[in-house]
Design a protein around this ligand. Structure first.
Ligand SMILES: *Cc1c(COP(=O)(O)O)cnc(C)c1O
Length: 369
């Protein structure tokens, strides 16, 4: 086959391309013998906070821990309900369950993000929290959500796991709510070589509380003022991430350019293109169509990797069937319809334009043009 094979993800190649730059800091880090905390983590935190325009960034062990520790640091664990969506990665909801906050799942809009009107309808006296996911890297309606939460006395948390460098009116996500929770999982837009996460906030007290909780509640070496846990960013990961931070803006521009090329190449076909927007960072490029599985099979046969994020909405997961999760009155019809129609096409910074055109041509053939 003369046409290129288009892999869905390319984490190996992304790291290989940077290997020469990564290996020196890694070797120095290993030789230093300092693996926990230290200057490299502090440098990473300072740079991440600057990129997202927040006063503080606290690095933790994963995006899931960023959510859990934020909920706990905000004093919301063990009570109340938290409104969020079912069209997300499991961890958004799992973090609430594990902190003893009862998830109440509401529907999404056509843009796949949380429906603000549905949030407003779902609020009860028990509601303490709204978790807005910036799905695919497209910011949710943070201004409306912030106003609604302020009006009703609720806390807003942003799940920014897929939204590194995403912006709203030029302002980066991560500072619209009380806390911004980022994942640096290897497959995210800024990926560590292992698990990692970050909490961003403008609230010095909250940042300090997350710092305590991530490190056994220790104020100093020998004094625990809380029951915390062990959820730190490894110094070696911080070293690798500090190298990758030099590239993340260029990678993000590349993702956007390739996504816009898909938009152009796929326009006019009988399928729904992803909602666009200036601040979208395209963690995923997700189209929607009837007959998704047939298209997926044809693309596979043509050497194109695809994925579905997420085929089973959270409220349909076996783990959610024990009554641990509530669904808003009227159910989640848009979420369920999207789960059957969505397809993630390959999109990452190392793809070439001709590969995007190849994928788009195969899609066009398959859906009948
Ligand atoms: C990846 C992801 C998480 C969890 O992050 P981890 O680093 O894997 O723990 C949470 N929410 C969303 C929306 C995600 O995509």
């Amino acid at each position: 086959m003369s046409d290129p094979y288009v892999p869905f993800a390319h984490v190996d190649a992304e790291n290989q391309e940077l290997l020469a730059d990564l290996i020196g800091p890694l070797a120095q880090g290993i030789a230093s013998g300092r693996f926990i905390g230290g200057d490299d983590v502090a440098e990473f935190e300072a740079r991440f906070a600057r990129l997202h325009g927040t006063a503080h960034a606290v690095a933790v062990g994963s995006g899931t821990d960023a959510l859990r520790l934020s909920v706990r640091a905000l004093g919301l664990s063990g009570r109340g309900t938290g409104i969020t969506v079912a069209n997300t990665f499991l961890a958004t909801v799992g973090a609430l369950v594990s902190e003893g906050v009862r998830p109440l799942l509401v529907d999404v809009g056509d843009d796949e993000n949380i429906d603000v009107a549905a949030v407003e309808k779902a609020i009860t006296p028990d509601t303490t929290l709204v978790v807005a996911v910036h799905l695919r890297g497209l910011p949710a309606a943070v201004h409306a959500l912030r106003d609604l939460c302020a009006e009703r006395g609720l806390t807003l948390i942003e799940d920014c796991a897929q939204a590194v460098l995403a912006t709203v009116g030029g302002v980066p996500v991560g500072g619209f709510g009380a806390a911004g929770c980022f994942s640096l999982h290897p497959l995210k837009n800024l990926g560590a070589c292992g698990d990692a996460g970050v909490v961003t906030t403008d609230d010095a007290g909250l940042a300090e509380e997350v710092r305590l909780l991530r490190g056994h509640g220790l104020r100093d070496r020998d004094t625990a003022v809380r029951w915390g846990e062990n959820s730190r960013l490894d110094a070696l990961q911080a070293r690798l991430l500090n190298v990758k931070l030099d590239h993340v803006e260029a990678w993000t521009r590349r993702r956007r350019d390739l996504a816009l090329l898909y938009d152009e190449e796929l326009s006019g076909l009988p399928l729904t293109l992803p909602a666009g927007g200036e601040g979208h960072v395209y963690h995923r490029y997700v189209i929607q169509l009837d007959g998704r599985d047939a298209l997926r099979e044809r693309l596979r046969a043509a050497g194109v990797g695809t994925a579905v994020h997420y085929p089973v909405p959270v409220h349909r997961q076996p783990a959610a069937l024990d009554g641990s999760v509530d669904v808003a009155d009227g159910g989640l019809p848009t979420t369920e319809r999207q789960a059957e129609r969505m397809l993630s096409l390959p999109l990452h910074p190392l793809l070439r334009e001709d590969q995007i055109r190849y994928v788009a041509r195969r899609v066009a053939e398959s859906v009948g043009r």
